[in-house]
Design a binder for this molecule. Structure first.
Ligand code: TXA
Ligand code: MG
Length: 319
């Protein structure tokens, strides 16, 4: 693995792309200071140029390298959650982060990921690594190295394999550049945890003006039609779709209701909401591998934290 990390560092220095594991999803990385590398990143990803990418660093001490006018709120969040699934949007240091990373915005999203291989890579590289999730634009985020290879093939020089991602959904994004801190995306850290750390309530700004890729319709979507249903309606809905010749699957927390149609493909049910988050993207990919026409999904209960993130991603996939 050490050699692979060294190869990845060389690739980043040469302006090439590398895929690496994080605790949330796999990232597709480029040197955040290299405009040419970042433009190639956007091209490979198929991502519109005005959609900003998160910059990953090894240590909270790099906040002041890559950002400027860092407010106390950012330091509290970095102390509380880094390394971890939280991205902090700050004012960009114009010299250390090329404007191509942020679609010309004067802000930058920073994150220290909680994965030993990611940290080793970032530490050895030294600078910021711009990295969106390592999937083509609009598709399901990768949570294994095999997902990355299936999506990106030869377009990525090095794929570091860190096994399946522990959290499974993307980081929570908090913007601290405004008068009041705002949540731009729910994810691996719960809103309640962020609010407790900041000692104040957060504005929820997950759509609208500064809306980003994660907030577009039909994001995180497999080819199968994702349909949200209540557990009590699964049987009736499945019978209806199966009668019309559709290939139908079900994703729901355990225990799954008894007496469902035999032809319904019940995907291995996660035991709790953390497990649901962990396997969600793999299950969406599995739905396609099984050539399902429809995937019925029963949302986990409305809890804060990963429950909110899972519900958010499924709702986007169902759009
Ligand atoms: O967990 C994650 O965050 C993963 C791993 C690889 O770190 N990354 C990820 O990146 O999900 P991506 O590109 O798929 O999503 C990045 C999100 C987008 O919604 C984008 O708009 C937002 O971060 N973002 C990045 N920089 C921003 C900025 N300066 N202002 C507002 N939003 C920003
Ligand atoms: Mg993504």
């Amino acid at each position: 693995m050490l050699d692979d990390v060294a190869r990845a560092v060389d690739a980043l220095r040469a302006g090439d792309l590398v895929a690496f594991p994080t605790e949330t999803v796999y990232g597709l990385g480029a040197d955040a200071a290299n405009a040419r590398a970042v433009r190639r990143l956007f091209a490979v990803k198929g991502r519109p140029a005005d959609h900003p990418v998160i910059v990953h660093v090894a240590r909270a001490g790099q906040l002041d390298d890559l950002a400027r006018d860092v407010p106390d709120a950012a330091r509290l969040l970095a102390d509380g959650f880094w390394p971890g699934p939280l991205t902090i949007v700050l004012r960009r240091n114009m010299e250390r982060v090329t404007p191509d990373v942020t679609g010309g915005r004067d802000t930058v999203g920073l994150r220290v990921p909680d994965h030993p291989i990611a940290l080793e890579l970032l530490e050895a590289f030294g600078g910021g690594v711009a990295a969106p999730s390592a999937n083509r634009f609009g598709r399901v985020s990768p949570t294994t190295a095999a997902h990355v290879r299936a999506d990106l093939g030869d377009d990525v020089r090095v794929v570091l394999d860190g096994g399946p991602c522990r959290v499974g959904v993307e980081s929570t994004i908090v913007d601290v550049t405004g008068a009041e801190p705002a949540i731009l995306r729910v994810g691996g850290v719960s809103r309640a945890e962020v609010e407790a750390t900041l000692g104040r309530n957060l504005v929820l700004r997950t759509g609208g003006e500064s809306a980003a890729p994660g907030t577009l319709a039909s994001h995180y979507a497999p080819s199968a039609n994702v349909e949200i249903v209540d557990m009590s309606d699964v049987g009736v809905r499945a019978v209806d779709l199966l009668a019309r010749g559709r290939n139908v699957g079900l994703l729901a927390l355990a225990p799954v209701a008894a007496g469902l149609p035999e032809k319904l493909t019940v995907l291995d049910p996660p035991r709790d909401v953390e497990a649901f988050a962990q396997v969600l993207y793999a299950r969406l990919r599995q739905a396609d591998a099984l050539h399902l026409d429809a995937l019925l999904v029963v949302l986990p209960p409305v809890t804060d934290g990963l429950g909110a993130a899972v519900r958010d991603r499924v709702q986007r996939a169902a759009h």
